[in-house]
Design a binder for this molecule. Structure first.
Ligand code: GLU
Length: 470
């Protein structure tokens, strides 16, 4: 049976699939050759667990999403001072391939437009500590810098990534505009490398292929302060990660960035290949793939899917008004519980032998998507060894709507598997939702104390034993 989170993703997929507005990017001829109906949505949560639906393992070219990553790599390799001397951090409000710079400083306004991104690749081609300012523009330098880029992207994704040679060739053959940008920057006199070499490297990075699962994994690495939660490998330090997320927030979604921040509220970067990478700092990464684009160059279904994820799962980064990561305070089985009073000797003997079939989870804190997701997954893993799951919400402060729905949805998953639940909920935090869907409200309505819960769990065990012998 699909987990509660997967059920949500399927619902989002069904809501967005009928959207067939938008067009494929065709200024790079090879991009127009993809199947326009592909649609994949992936989420990687704080501990690296992957949820995905649809075409989440179909490869497409990363295109402009690479800008965020190479900017991060340039910061890591060259340091903030060198990078900031060449690339600004102000939103431009212009199209991604506008031939423009800040009039005063003559720097590209930010690393998410082509001028800034091509400067970031040029910085990777600049040999460090070269006082003469000598440039190494040989093919070897481009190969070496690209190997570093691929290694870095792969480390963030947690799998070996490669480049689509046809897309690369297709864009190299039609990339006059990017060459124009690079030569314009060079004409100002401080461009760090040969313009042709920088464009070559930039087009190679745009042609790296990823899946929506990869984008979500990369997003989770950024969410996790630069450490890939699946591999434990540190790819970036926290200062670089914070900088990249900041620039993604203000400049990541082409000239639609303001609308994006207000409605979706997640640092993100999209590409004309149809991908969107979004990040909820501290919590999760999202990857979406659907190649039809809107007038800004963002995936139509991708934007809609992210809107749904943000709204339905309460992921807007400014939602979090207080520290709200719920923790599973402890999990244990019924061996540690007192036997309830008032049982016969036979019942007590039976309960003593079967108490381990009751699994207890004590939660504390505020319950929002991330905490609820961990709880649901923990319960699902305990389910095969339990007749009764007892969840103690006594120490939970606030529970948001999505978490309430998750907890209620969990009940349906448990029942389908013939596992009962008992909820200790003295303040009624989950009460309303639970009542609505309860098969029999009286039998499994929340109780208000652990003593009552234990008694009910024991009743369930005894009833199951009686049913089996009947
Ligand atoms: N390779 C593309 C270009 O610079 C990337 C475009 C994009 O995804 O925005 O034209």
């Amino acid at each position: 049976m699909a987990s509660v989170v997967e059920t949500y993703l399927h619902r989002i997929q069904s809501a967005c699939t009928p959207m067939d507005a938008g067009t494929l990017a065709d200024y790079i001829p090879q991009l127009a050759a993809v199947d326009p109906d592909r649609f994949g949505v992936s989420v990687v949560v704080h501990d690296g667990h992957v949820y995905s639906v649809g075409d989440s393992t179909i490869e497409f070219t990363i295109q402009s999403i690479s800008k965020a990553l190479t900017y991060a790599l340039a910061l890591r390799e060259r340091g903030f001072d060198d990078v900031d001397a060449q690339i600004g951090v102000e939103p431009s409000g212009e199209a991604f391939n506008e031939i423009s710079v800040d009039h005063r400083t003559r720097r590209p306004r930010n690393p998410m437009i082509n001028a800034g991104a091509i400067t970031a690749t040029a910085l990777l081609l600049q040999r460090p500590h070269d006082d003469e300012g000598t440039r190494d523009d040989s093919g070897t330098a481009v190969d070496e810098a690209f190997a570093l880029i691929l290694e870095f992207y792969s480390g963030c994704a947690g799998r070996h990534l490669t480049m689509d040679d046809e897309v690369y060739r297709s864009e190299m053959a039609t990339g006059s505009r990017n060459r124009a940008i690079a030569y314009m920057l060079e004409s100002f006199g401080v461009f760090p490398s040969d313009p042709e070499a920088a464009v070559d490297l930039y087009v190679r990075q745009c042609s790296v292929t990823v899946t929506s699962d990869d984008l979500a994994a990369i997003g989770s690495t950024l969410a996790n302060g630069g450490v890939n939660p699946r591999t434990g490998r540190r790819m970036l330090d926290t200062a670089v990660t914070r900088r990249v997320l900041s620039v993604m927030t203000t400049c990541g979604m082409y000239d639609g960035a303001g609308d994006w921040v207000t409605t979706v509220g997640l640092p993100a970067k999209s590409g004309v290949g149809g991908g969107i990478l979004a990040v909820l700092p501290g919590q999760l990464g999202i990857g979406v793939y659907s190649p039809r684009l809107d007038e800004h160059g963002n995936s139509v279904r991708g934007v809609e899917a992210c809107r749904h994820l943000s709204d339905d799962l309460g992921l807007h980064m400014f939602n979090v008004a207080r520290e709200s990561r719920v923790t599973i305070r402890s999990t244990y089985d019924g061996h540690e519980l007192d036997l309830g009073a008032g049982r016969s000797e036979v019942e007590r003997a039976y309960l003593r032998a079967h108490r381990h079939r009751v699994r207890v989870l004590e939660l504390q804190g505020d319950l929002t998507f991330s905490g609820a997701e961990s709880v649901v997954r923990r319960v699902e893993s305990l389910r095969p060894d339990a007749d009764v799951i007892l969840i103690d919400l006594t120490r939970v402060g606030v529970i948001d709507d999505v978490s309430r729905r998750f907890i209620v949805g969990l009940r349906a998953t448990l029942l389908a598997d013939d596992t009962e639940w008992v909820i200790v909920d003295p303040d009624g935090v989950v009460d309303a939702g639970a009542r609505q869907t309860a098969r029999s409200a009286a039998a499994d309505a929340p109780v208000s104390s652990m003593a009552e819960a234990i008694e009910r769990a024991e009743d369930i065990l005894l009833k199951r034993a009686a049913d089996r012998t009947a």
